[in-house]
Write a protein that binds this ligand. Structure first.
Ligand code: NAP
Length: 300
């Protein structure tokens, strides 16, 4: 059996081709993702706004330099503005885009902006796939991410070996932008589930229930969730070192509220949560993990 890879190269069913990849953005998520691509044997060049290195990868001075010979240009940066800068700003990748190149964006950004960026990338003959992730820092380090993908079916299918070098599963939601639309829905669930946990901790704490016992009860019941599984041990240790920084969850809450406004939809719980996250930012917690909001809730 044979198959075509994303660059239309004929491979046997079991064969994996080593790919020239530019990885742009070496934050909490990007750095371990780039490191896992190196570990999988790919030829990786990295760039970060504040220079950082990844063992086994070449370092470039600009996104454009990193992308010059790349077949795949993979981004994971903070927000919509950052993606726009990396793609189209000074020293960006746009001038080196050409047919045969695929741009993958694993940042969480606005679905509408994603469609606009993809159209500009396609105007240069390259392909674009939005592939935001869930799994946080530990998922990125352990190559256990879930990719939530939007883009042409054939392109997405051909990228499967690359996604599976960094993750445990790929779900193609639909066409360009659909990955980002689903991703903000997933983070809406994370924010509301965690808010329930924070409020339950605040109330039961006042009623004299030790937090360790509440966590044991949660984990022994139908209330157990991936969110509390990941976060409870950090909360019990009051360890607010960032796995998912609060500033980024607030950025995502704004993406959700903007999308809801465009759709003329009310999201009443999320509107309240936004105020709590803003309060936490005002108290100096922007760079802490969003789990620090268990403290903010106690002080309302
Ligand atoms: P992070 O640690 O804050 O890293 C952000 C990255 O973006 C850094 O490399 C930063 O460069 C770069 N950046 C910021 N503004 C930029 C600009 N204007 N131009 C160029 N580069 C810029 O964030 P992260 O946790 O890795 O998250 C990255 C993306 O993944 C975000 O969209 C986030 O929402 C999403 N995400 C995060 C998690 C998580 O649990 N952490 C999970 C799923 C999805 P500097 O180093 O120079 O600041």
């Amino acid at each position: 059996m044979t198959r075509l890879d994303f660059n239309q190269i004929l491979l046997s069913e079991s064969e994996e081709r080593l790919v020239k990849i530019a990885y742009l953005g070496l934050g909490i998520m990007g750095r371990p993702m780039a490191a896992n691509l190196v570990k999988a044997g790919h030829d990786v060049t990295v760039w970060n706004r504040t220079p950082k290195t990844v063992d086994g990868a070449r370092l470039a001075a600009t996104p454009g330099e990193a992308a010059r010979d790349a077949e795949v240009i993979w981004m994971c940066v903070a927000d919509t503005k950052a993606v726009e800068t990396v793609l189209f700003g000074p020293g960006g990748v746009e001038p080196v885009l050409r047919p045969g190149v695929t741009v993958i964006d694993s940042s969480t950004i606005a679905p509408q902006a994603t469609r606009e960026f993809a159209a500009k990338v396609r105007a240069k003959g390259a392909e674009f796939v939005d592939a935001p992730v869930t799994g946080s820092k530990i998922g990125a380090e352990n190559a256990q991410l879930l990719f939530i993908v939007g883009g042409p079916e054939k392109t997405v299918a051909a990228l499967d070996p690359l996604f599976m070098a960094l993750g445990k599963k790929v779900i193609r939601v639909g066409e360009t932008g659909a990955g980002e639309s689903a991703k903000i829905g997933m983070n809406l669930m994370i924010a509301t589930i965690f808010q329930g946990f924070a409020e339950a901790l605040a109330l039961t704490g006042k009623l004299g229930v030790p937090p360790e016992i509440l966590v044991d009860l949660i984990n022994s019941s139908m209330i157990k969730s991936g969110v509390t599984d990941y976060k409870a041990s950090f909360v019990l240790k009051q360890d607010w070192s960032p796995n998912f920084p609060l500033r980024l969850m607030l950025k995502d809450i704004h993406l959700m509220l903007d999308a809801a406004k465009q759709q003329k939809l009310e999201l009443p719980s999320l509107q309240q949560i936004e105020k709590i996250y803003q309060k936490a930012v005002d108290a100096g917690h922007a760079n802490d993990d969003y789990a620090v909001t268990v403290e903010t809730v106690k002080q309302l």
